[in-house]
Design a protein around this ligand. Sequence first.
Ligand SMILES: [Zn+2]
Length: 251
Amino acid sequence: MHERIEGWLRKARAITVLTGAGISTDSGIPDFRGPQGVWTQNPEAQRLFTLDAYLADPRVRQQAWLFRRDHPAWHARPNAGHYALVDLERAGKLLAIVTQNIDELHQRAGSSPDRVIELHGTIFWVECLSCWRRTPMRDVLARVEAGEPDPECLHCGGIQKAATISFGQALRPEVLEAAYQAARECDLFLAVGTSLQVQPAASLCQVAVDHGARLVVINAEPTPYDVIADAVIREPISAVLPKLVAVATGA
Ligand SMILES: [Zn+2]
């Protein structure tokens, strides 16, 4: 590893880490835009995650429930990358994890839930799109298994959806504000396993840099933010993140 990066890691007191699909691929959860990605392999799948199509077409909703039922997140385990960020928190150097992932693998690894900002929500909860009541995904999938192809809200009869952010759906303002705050207040910003093509998540890199933080991008493919990064690392995440954290924590 470059000496320069090691120096930043050792000196950093408040590190914010933005994580994307790339940190979870070693846990068996496919990314979206990589060569084996969900969108790359099957562009039609994008319809399942588009709010207008979801609201308009019961068949889209039925397919989406099956997609959720079969999602690898149910059986995935955290990997060395997730565990490294737990070590970073225990060493007192982690300000926040801002994640684009919906798989809860950071929490399952042992990161404190109050340090994990889930920009795109979680697949483990369901939300009613009319009354916003939240129900555990497990309970709703049990109704799917029992023969309801598109279970409606038991409270108001509304259309339900995973508590994730679909295309065409705005991020929660309070979640986004927490993410911006974490970007403004850190002294080192690590963008890990994200193609940085989805806004506003990607813009957090610029916010961090504008507020004086170092930016290190760790991703297999080039990203639009590589040009403003202080360093770009192309090594596999579950191998390199533990090394970076070991330097940061003096382990
Ligand atoms: Zn409802």
